[in-house]
Write a protein that binds this ligand. Structure first.
Ligand code: GLN
Length: 251
């Protein structure tokens, strides 16, 4: 397990914020496609700028999942690594215990599907997920590849999302999961919506990496984890990237 403390922040902690956030990057050896690891860097940086130090654990798939994380991140993966990751996480049980005690979980693509009740294996066979989100994924007819844009559920207070998707899976939500966003461009879950959330567990098909392109989504995860409102940051660089990607797709 490798662990890196963040550089000491220059600003003062936000009132009421915890002393330190522990971020657990789950199985970089299996789940990390299309730069998803960038999501950990964005969380570290945006926390540090608010005066909240972080500790990030890069947890390999042969190590036990620590129960004391504040935010757990799962990235995308090819079919076989995805199956192996789901088996190991189920056998370990640590992620489920962390969710029970209120941890934030953010899953991308394969990581999103694994959080659900079921997902499609390499031949499309249904395989058990972790059941932390009330969703079921299977194999779609056609691979969804390209830009993804959507308007996020109003209660989450996150601006329009922009990302890149590349998946064969389609996802159906059960009654205990809410759609994360309404698709304006791209495929997402395959039913006009993209991603899902329930409590503090949120999944999306967006790579890109998602939190680099969508600082508002990074701040949602940080708000959940800290239980506090966060001071706004200067997002002009991220804003330029967002504008460029949104313009390329939406005109
Ligand atoms: N193997 C899954 C699918 O194709 C996830 C792919 C991914 O994470 N990019 O649906």
């Amino acid at each position: 397990m490798s662990s890196s403390p963040s550089p000491s922040p220059s600003s003062r902690p936000s009132p009421g914020a915890p002393d330190r956030l522990k971020i657990v990057w789950i199985y970089p050896d299996l789940l990390s496609t299309y730069g998803d690891q960038g999501n950990t860097i964005v969380l570290e940086r945006r926390a540090a700028l608010r005066g909240i130090p972080t500790e990030t654990v890069h947890l390999r798939s042969d190590e036990p999942v620590p129960a004391d994380g504040d935010i757990y991140l799962l990235g995308g993966g090819e079919d076989r690594p995805q199956i192996l990751a789901a088996q190991r996480l189920a056998n370990d049980g640590g992620l489920a215990r962390a969710v029970e005690s209120g941890a934030v979980v953010f899953g991308v693509c394969a990581g999103y599907q694994i959080l659900g009740r079921e997902f499609g294996g390499e031949e499309g066979q249904p395989l058990p997920g972790l059941g932390l989100l009330d969703i079921r994924s299977g194999r779609g007819e056609k691979r969804a590849v390209g830009e993804l844009v959507g308007d996020v559920a109003a209660e989450l207070n996150v601006p329009r999302i922009t990302g890149f998707e590349n998946h064969q899976g389609v996802t159906q939500l059960g009654p205990n999961a809410k759609p994360f966003a309404k698709v304006l461009h791209g495929i997402g879950n395959g039913d006009g919506y993209e991603g899902a959330y329930s409590g503090r567990v949120l999944g999306t098909y967006m790579h890109g990496p998602a939190l680099v392109r969508n600082p508002g989504l990074a701040d949602l995860l940080l708000r959940w984890a800290t239980g506090t409102e966060l001071a706004p940051l200067d997002d002009s660089w991220a804003g330029r990237l967002r504008e460029e990607r949104l313009k390329a797709v939406m005109g």
